[in-house]
Design a protein around this ligand. Structure first.
Ligand code: SF4
Length: 327
């Protein structure tokens, strides 16, 4: 029996005026599944998330289909979308300050979500908010609930955001770089919490990040985005062990490991030459061709689609023979 999808995105295009930040993206996250969306800044991953949530900046528009809970979210009115946000689909943002109300106590903000979507009294919503804060390992939750956002730490704010996102047991949580603004020591705790809490609630997770180890630790599948398109997609183990797209290969080679960081300074850490192209100057053919070591004339003139290799590439990275891979 096939597992229903928490969300299915079909040929999503997101743009403003003549420019497109997302150019025909398709993927599905199964119910209770965990997918990573990875890429550099400017790859279109955050715009994809904003389109799914119906939170695009003024002037931006989305086309395609976003199927969730039996409806196409792109066809819903703002009011209908707003009634779903926080209930069946919710989001944890990179910067909690941008989504927390600075003049409302944090406990009340969690209770507001519960009261609005779960149809319980204010008193019951407040009790559930305290309970959630306890589950988020927040210290002295009754006392902390009375604090305003500026009175608590960055890690605590992000835990409050996760509590708000999880409050109504949504089918899908989208986490957009949820720990980038936090200290390294706090990042792991928050990720562990997000991982455990989404599993406990059977929520699917769409994790958006540039951090490959986070994807490896938390996700089943990964889609790699470049210049507004998914260029490689598949199970995390397969994509990270045997990447077929040269951009994925470059991203993996750019990750610091004990092997490629030498204490004597002779680092073997690679970087991908050049930059992600701006929207107004996307290269023809495969948009990665100006940075790709394997580019040919075909790459410069014709855009590849994802094929059986899982990658959109005319000349996929060869898969090393087992003996070669082990050496
Ligand atoms: S299609 Fe060509 S330019 Fe693009 S990644 Fe593959 S080899 Fe490189």
């Amino acid at each position: 029996m096939s597992v229903p999808n928490a969300i299915e995105v079909v040929d999503l295009v997101v743009g403003v005026d003549e420019l497109s930040a997302v150019r025909g993206v398709s993927f599905a996250v199964p119910a209770r599944g965990r997918m990573g969306l990875v890429g550099e800044s400017g790859s279109g991953k955050s715009m994809t998330a904003m389109a799914l949530m119906g939170l695009l900046p003024p002037g931006w528009q989305a086309r395609g289909r976003v199927l969730h809970d039996g409806v196409d979210l792109l066809t819903l009115s703002d009011k209908a979308l707003s009634s779903r946000r926080g209930r069946t689909i919710s989001m944890v943002f990179q910067d909690p300050m941008s989504s927390l109300n600075p003049v409302r106590r944090v406990g009340d903000q969690i209770a507001d979500v519960i009261h609005r979507h779960m149809g319980v009294t204010r008193r019951a919503a407040h009790a559930q908010a305290i309970d959630l804060m306890t589950q988020m390992n927040l210290p002295r939750p009754e006392q902390l609930a009375r604090a305003f956002p500026h009175q608590i730490s960055g890690g605590q704010k992000q835990r409050i955001m996760i509590a708000m996102a999880l409050a109504c047991y949504p089918q899908l949580i989208i986490a957009d770089e949820p720990t980038t603004a936090l200290d390294v020591t706090v990042q792991k705790q928050v990720l562990r919490l997000l991982n455990a809490a989404t599993r406990e609630r059977n929520s699917a997770l769409l994790m958006i990040t540039h951090d490959l180890p986070v994807i490896a630790a938390m996700c089943d599948t990964v889609a790699v985005m470049y210049a507004g398109r998914i260029v490689e997609h598949g199970p995390v183990q397969k994509v990270f062990r045997t990447p077929r797209h040269h951009y994925t290969r470059g991203l993996l080679d750019s990750q610091p490991t004990m092997d490629n960081i030498a204490l004597d300074g002779s680092s073997r850490l690679h970087s991908i030459p050049g930059m992600v192209p701006p929207l107004h100057a996307l290269p023809s053919g495969c948009a990665f061709h100006p940075r790709c070591p394997a580019a040919t004339d075909r790459c410069r003139t014709s855009m590849p689609e994802i094929d059986a290799t899982g990658a959109a590439c005319w000349h996929p990275v060869p898969v090393a023979a087992p003996a070669e891979a082990a050496s």
